[in-house]
Design a binder for this molecule. Structure first.
Ligand SMILES: N[C@@H](CCC(=O)N[C@@H](CS)C(=O)NCC(=O)O)C(=O)O
Length: 218
């Protein structure tokens, strides 16, 4: 049994779980993963057994529970400073935190109208002006971060960081919904799909047999 346990939702649909899972992979920790299906009628009761919020992802380290993806990332960054989960430069780090917080707290239209669905192959859906504004803002963030801080590698701040974990579900959404992207955004998405951890998650997502009708109807 590993020291850490991470509870997650369906790999195909659970965007928050993907973030927490990638953060654990980036930190290089060994963890047992427990999947709770998001279409289970009694999932609130099941999730409340391990997460006070009744939500995934939740990370357990001994008797400590951390039930929020951003808090998981911050905990891992503090426990493993040598892994440099945030950029080392204080200015880059401040911006990385700002764009991660922006993703964590915002983009409601993008989340609602283009929910993560890794196996989606249907034609692009219609989305409204609010979702388009979110899409444009995400691409602006990617462009600006790559230009200002991305010299050392293909990711938002050069090397992989927690900020990339936060935007991985958007990489999936832009890809599966065939969202028109500028050159910088396309190149960033390509680099992200080459990250073995993200690829492994997608492979596992594509194997899942469970469908969530609400998300499939989009
Ligand atoms: N702020 C939380 C949000 C977590 C969240 O909303 N997770 C969804 C799954 S993607 C969930 O657990 N939903 C419970 C449900 O569908 O019953 C985080 O960052 O971890």
């Amino acid at each position: 049994m590993a020291r850490y346990t991470l509870w997650i939702g369906n790999k195909n649909y659970s965007s928050w779980s993907l973030r927490g899972w990638l953060m654990c992979k980036l930190a290089g920790i060994e963890f047992d993963e427990v999947l709770v299906r998001l279409d289970e009628p009694d999932r609130w009761g099941r999730m409340r057994q391990f997460a006070p919020s009744g939500r995934v992802p939740t990370l357990k380290d001994g008797d400590l529970l951390i039930w929020d993806s951003m808090a998981i990332g911050e905990y891992l960054a503090e426990r493993f400073p040598e892994k440099k989960l945030w950029p080392a430069d204080p200015r880059a780090r401040a911006v990385a935190r700002a764009v991660s917080a922006e993703m964590h707290a915002g983009f409601a239209a993008l989340r609602g109208q283009l929910p993560m669905n890794m196996h989606r192959t249907k034609a692009p859906p219609q989305w409204n002006a609010d979702a388009q504004r979110d899409i444009d803002r995400v691409q602006e963030i990617w462009r600006d971060c790559r230009k200002a801080y991305g010299a050392g590698g293909p990711y938002l701040f050069g090397a992989l960081s927690l900020a990339d974990c936060c935007y991985a579900p958007v990489v999936s959404r832009f890809t599966t919904y065939r969202v028109p992207m500028d050159g910088a955004a396309s190149a960033y998405c390509e680099a992200m799909w080459e990250w073995p951890a993200l690829d492994a998650w997608r492979e596992a997502a594509l194997e899942e047999p469970w469908l969530i009708e609400r998300d499939e109807a989009i």
